[in-house]
Design a protein around this ligand. Structure first.
Ligand code: G1P
Length: 282
């Protein structure tokens, strides 16, 4: 019998090996995950969301040119010594708290073979337990519970993989993994089919997967058995379909707001959203 503690998700994986070509030249020498929304890099928002959900072991699947992420989640002695005792010290209190209360592990994806392959590369960090996955490009705001915390609650009930979904306009469905499912409530679906970036006009619904997942560890073997799919890459959507056929994938229409910060428009919208929130709080 699983008890409440066994159902707590402790680990969260951040696939961050991608190049971020849509933001060139800004991302030529800097990871796209370090682009700031106001004063905070995108990846820190994601780690804060994981932290709020109780996931304190953070794993990054990195690639070449991503060193700045490791440095961000570490102490910067010289800088911190410089600003100690000044008003600027508080600017680092948020990141200091994350560093003190979390552990950070890194592994590299050697070749870009898709999101499924990136998640498989994280197996050594995750081991044999359920875990969260955050795609930092998708910036989510929700109060009082962040999206990952909402999903962690749902996991306790269903104990199977969960994907976050949102309704998108039909003409955008081809940019996402799209699910088909049996509605259990207005927000919760048991997934019956899912397809990665369906050709225009063929999507089974307008329910698109966004970059938040909770995965059960059997996913690793399923990824290993999954042949390359869309764009010749190993897709997590395809591996999840095998779980879905067994009735083991839940799709959850999260409460909150999500910005696609992998696109310039979404990035600007997120910046404006945060800026007006900041102004309101002043
Ligand atoms: C990935 C997933 C896709 C999902 C999307 C959410 O695609 O493969 O299923 O809908 O993230 O952002 P990517 O945007 O990395 O191409």
């Amino acid at each position: 019998m699983l008890n409440e503690m066994d159902l707590m998700i402790k680990k969260c994986l951040f696939p961050v090996a991608g190049y971020g070509t849509r933001f060139l030249p800004a991302t030529k020498a800097m990871p796209k995950e370090m682009l700031p929304i106001l004063e905070k890099p995108l990846v820190q928002y994601g780690v804060e969301e994981a932290h709020q959900a109780g996931m304190r072991d953070i794993g990054f699947v990195t690639g070449r040119g991503k060193r700045a992420i490791e440095d961000h989640f570490d102490i910067s002695y010289e800088l911190e010594h410089q600003i100690a005792g000044t008003g600027k010290e508080t600017a680092l209190s948020g990141i200091r708290k994350l560093i003190e209360e979390s552990t950070f592990s890194y592994t590299r994806q050697i070749e870009m073979r898709g999101l499924g392959d990136a998640i498989l590369a994280g197996r050594t960090i995750i081991g044999d337990e359920p875990f969260g996955v955050v795609l930092a490009d998708d910036l989510c705001f929700a109060e009082p519970l962040g999206v990952l915390a909402q999903m962690a609650e749902l996991f306790k009930q269903f104990r199977c993989s969960i994907v976050a979904i949102e309704e998108v306009p039909e003409d955008q469905a081809h940019q996402y993994g799209v699910i088909e499912g049996e509605a259990l409530t207005d927000e919760i679906f048991r997934v019956t089919d899912m397809v990665e970036k369906p050709p225009k006009g063929t999507a089974p619904s307008n329910l698109a997967i966004i970059g938040r997942y909770i995965l059960t560890p059997d996913i690793f073997e399923l990824i290993e058995e999954t042949p390359p799919g869309k764009n010749g890459e190993v897709q997590i959507t395809d591996a999840l379909l095998t779980q879905a056929k067994r009735g083991c994938v839940i799709a959850y229409k999260f409460k909150g707001q999500r910005f696609d910060c992998g696109s310039i428009g979404g990035f600007v919208d997120a910046t404006n959203f945060c800026y007006s929130k900041m102004r309101d709080a002043e």
